[in-house]
Design a protein around this ligand. Sequence first.
Ligand code: G4P
Length: 283
Amino acid sequence: MVKVQWYPGHMEKARREMTEKLKVVDMIIELRDARIPMASANPLLKSMAQGKPRLVILAKRDMADPSQTAAFEKALAKEYGSCMSLDLMHDAKCKGKIVRASIALMKEKRDKQLSRGIRPRAVRAMAVGIPNVGKSTMINRIAGKNTLIAQDRPGVTRSLTWLRADSDLELLDTPGVLWPKFDDEKTGALLAAYGSINDDIFDVKMVAMDAIHEIQDLYPGLLEGMFDADGANPNQMLKKIAEKRLLIGANGQPDAKRAAETFLHDLRKGRIGRLTLERPNAA
Ligand code: G4P
């Protein structure tokens, strides 16, 4: 399996930043990749969520296996209170869905305020997510340009940037990069396969072979059919992909490295099919 390093220094910085920001928000919006809903979980939240309500959004649902997405939504809603899957690229209604789900999550608190005659202020949420899960896309969708909120108001720290998504939802921008951390090699392999870890720190062939192995296990016959590769192991599969894509090296042999790069590119873009490489019952 692929070995990937993570950087404690970055992690520490992200941890400090998150601790500060958590103090001023009502809730957390956690972005995950619907194709790897567990591996793409935010590693810091486990120890740091401070009991804040959490809305888990499984982004890229258009590229994930619909039946697995439904199963994960159910399992994660049970675990965290609220979970939904979204196609952040094409769903015109995603802003409304996120605003409504966020307000629903804070309903009890808001109802209490109303019963005491207090008009609830907008819900303040912090968006978090490891790289490449769709966080910037979501922020742009729900709080596009020109939505910066002026900072001169009580109770709002000056150094933080707030975006207005809606009259009832404000978003704390979190520019800090949150590096993924993983306790097991499989998580690292999945994060690498889907591009949440920089391509330059791992062996691309290993990553592709790990991904091929997982796909062969969870979607038997799919790659074999696609690349005319009955009975091929991951290494042989790369050669078959090279042949099929006419990726031949200077020595006249199939170029497995370029095949691995092409395969991972296609996998990330959803061109291998709507796949989910984890299963909820293992959560
Ligand atoms: P990040 O801030 O969490 O790092 O992620 P970002 O929003 O930049 O999204 C990463 C890529 O995923 C982008 O593609 C974005 O368009 C795509 N993306 C985000 N959400 C969805 C979704 O729900 N469905 C689909 N199909 N794509 C989504 P990109 O700009 O082409 O980047 P890359 O693929 O070249 O890295």
